[in-house]
Design a protein. Sequence first.
Length: 532
Amino acid sequence: MSELTKTCFTSTEINAYLSGGGIASLASAVFLIRDAHVPGKNIHIFEELNINGGSCDGSGSAENGYVVRGGRMLNDPAYECMWDLLDFIPSVTDPNKSVHEEIIEFKRIKPYSQARLVDQDGKIVDVSSMGFNNNDRLAMLKFAITPEETMGTSTINQWFPASLFKTNFWYMWATTFAFQPWHSAVEFKRYMMRFMHEFPRIHTLAGVTRTPYNQYDSLILPILKWLEKQGVNFIMNTTVTDLDFKTNINEKTVSRIHYTTNGKAGEIILGEHDLVFVTNGSMTEGSSLGSMKSAPILGGKGSSFKLWEKIVEKQPDLGEPSMFADHIEESLWESFTVTCKDPTFFDLMEKFSGNKPGTGGLVTFKDSNWFMSIVLPHQPHFLGQPENVQVFWGYSLFPNQEGNYVKKKMSDCTGEEIMLELCNHLKFTQEMPLILKTSNCIPCMMPLITSQFMPRKKTDRPAVVPDGSTNLAFVSQYCEIPDDVVFTVEYSVRAAQMAVYQLLKINKDISPISQHQFDVRVLFDSFITSFR
């Protein structure tokens, strides 16, 4: 059993206040209860919306259309802290199993994409070759052996020849992880190292671990139900707006929390042993939904980035939020969720791709002006989804470009126009009227979705527990965890575990990050793959 060390108080004297109801705060609450033995009633989670889950969302209905803003790629065994968490949480559908066991059992559905890339003629591309030339390989080798510390704020396209960005490798890697050429070279390197074991099978996505349902129903809902049983307080429609600090040049101690609930201001004065966990920034902040007849609108940074800005005004060494929040043109993309009340589209896709729903992966239209991809998950994708309804998801990295068939920027398109563009890429033109009549495509514009990939210095992100902090931790995609990769559920869960263990000095190890790049077999397979 883990135990608190070097403390002269009991866990029952601790109150923990968590800003944001995303996976990082929820995981923090689990670790506080499981490993620090803090009573659930002493944990308070503030969420500005009327639903928790943050970016791991899934909502809607068959009648009005389902919505998933995005999905996070899971990987087993690479996501060490996440599996540790999910080993402890019981499944919603079978309380005798953990969520992790449920996901492992779901691996009976073997993914093996047979249509990873599609060309402008609607033909499946042979992706057995990565498409590198020798200049690409030399650049990749130089990149791999260059220390992260020397890369600074350089971008991916400063390290590689233009030819690399026209390879099968780039089309597949970029759309799997949502990288753009102008994104951080450091983040790209971390992905190359963390997922080197996936490089030889990036063309099939066979290494991706799927959840039985969307990630809200499969991951968030079980955690929420467990936390509710422990008595955790969820304060909804409430935004943390500012933190006050005690005046002490040697310490960072939060003394007061300012918040608003439904527009009404309030504050909390912290006790001696109280803790504060901050989600400083959100990748889905400012997102906007459209409809079959309307386009989404472009939003901007919201409360979590503004809270970080307020904190930095008082504690300047806690990062630089502007590096991430003030570059919307470089960090936006648009997704769309389609609810089908007729099987025609799914039947055509199965015939076209050779994959039943859930056995394929992203289908990327490499010559699409929008750089569009879609994925058909296993059905049902939502708890309670009717048998005669199917749901799929897609996204485009270049929504401000004019379409190949619909001569408008995707960002100006309705859901109906997005379906027109998609059906034309797939050459489903004969069946298009029926597909349009029986589908509900809901587009979603996300202005900050890849903001965590923006070029940055190490000091632009605060440490999980900053130097001198006595009661403050950061648990977002915008804190600094050496060697790990942002835009993953694992990053949030690892931050949560680090925050709890460090603040409370818990005598228990955190699972180390797998170092696949030092595995001789992985290195050999990757070398061979680069010459395919």
